[in-house]
Design a protein around this ligand. Sequence first.
Ligand SMILES: Cc1ncc(COP(=O)(O)O)c(C=O)c1O
Length: 422
Amino acid sequence: MNNSPEPISWVANPRARSIAFSEAVDSVFPADIFSQTQRFHRQIPGYRPSPLRNLANLAAMLGVGGIWVKDESMRLDLNSFKVLGGSFAIYEVIKSKLGIEDEHLTFEELVAEAARAGLGDLTFATATDGNHGRGVAWGAAKLNCKAVIYVHKDTSLPRIRAIESYGAEVRVIDGNYDVAVHQASVDAEANGWQVISDTSWEGYTDIPKWVMQGYTTLLSETQEQLAGTGIVKPTHVLVQAGVGSLAAATSGFYSSRFGADRPTIVVVEPTEAQCLLESARIGDGEPHNVDGDLQTIMAGLACGEPNPIAWDVLWDTVDAFAACPDYVAAKGMRVYATPLAGDPFIVSGESGAVTLGALMYLAQFPQYRALKDSIGLGPDSQILLINSEGNTDPDYFRQVAWEGGNSVPPEYRWSDTLEGSI
Ligand SMILES: Cc1ncc(COP(=O)(O)O)c(C=O)c1O
C-alpha cells in the first residue's frame, strides 16, 4: 500500500515549442536589458559573480553529461539570488523619481543624488517569504531609506531577524504569502510608501518587471562561466518557482538569447503550492490560483498566486511544469551537503534544493521515463540547476541535514535494483 505523495507530478507544455514569437518575452526581456542589469550589479560594492559548480561525479552516476549548479548561497552576503531583483528595481524606481531614467549612475552616485533631492524620507514596503524582503531591506538601508516588510504567519524567527538586521520594520500578517502581498499594498497606499513587489497585479507591472530583469544577471554570469568550459549553453534548466518570476527570468533570458534553440526548461514547484502547474493543466493561457495554507518547507516557493506577467512568459516558453513534495527538497539538501567524492560541497536551503531532488527522481525512477522522453533528457544532457538560497533558515537546515527531517518515504528510497540511470 502506497500512501505517500509521489515524488514528481508533471504536465508537458507542447505549446511552448509551437509558437515562433513571444510578445511576453519581447516586452519583458529585450536583448539589451541583460547588459544593463549586469552593469548595474557589477558596480555594487562587494559584488562578485556567484560560483558555477560542477557536480561531475553525480552527473556520471545519474548518466547525464553534466550537472552545473549556479550557487546563489552567498550572493552579496545575503544568502539568496533575490537581492539581484530588489536592488535593480529600487535603482530604477529612484531614477524614475529623479527623472533620470536614461542615465547610468552607480549605486553610490544614485545615493548622493537621492539625498540631494530629499528622497531620504522614502519608505519601501513589500511582502516576502523572507528572501525578497531581506533584499529590499538591504537596498533601502544602502539608500538611507526606511523599509516596512510584511511576512506571513508561518515565517520563522531567523528569517524575521535577518530582515530586521538591515534596520527594517517587520509586520507579521495572519494569513499566507498572498494575504501579506495584499496587506502590504493596502498599507502602502494609505501611507504613501513605495511598494517593491516581486509579483504584479493590474496597474502594477513596472516594478515586478525590473525585479525579473534584475534576476537575469545570474544567467548572464552563468553563460560567461559556461563559456570557460566550452559549453555554449545548457541543454536543460530545472528552475524552482514560487510566483514564477525567477523561472520567467530564466526562460525569458534563454528565449531572448537563443530563440527556438533555447534549452529545455522545466519549472518545479512544491506540491502544496503548485499554481503554475495548475495553470498549465487548465491550459486556457490564464494564470490560476491555488489557495489554502500553502504548508511546505520550501518557504520561498509557498505562493498560490502566479505573477501574471511572469506567467505570460512561462506559458510561451516552458516545456514542462512539475511539482514535488517536501521530502524531495529535503533529499536535495542532503545530496548537496554530502557530495560524492570529488564533487563540491554546497549549502542549499529548502527552496534551493528541490530541483536537485527532482532530478535524482527523474534519473533514477523508471516511472518517470515518459517525462524524461518528453524533455529529451539523456547521456549528452548538460543540466543547469540554480541553488537559489543557502541556509537562510539555519535551524531548519540543520533539522533536515543533521536530524534527517522530512525523510524519504520507504517506497521512494533509491536502490540499485531500480533503473539506476538515464
Ligand atoms: C530561495 C528562493 N528560491 C526561489 C524563489 C522563487 O522565486 P519566484 O517567487 O520568483 O518564483 C524564491 C522566492 O522567494 C526564493 O526565496
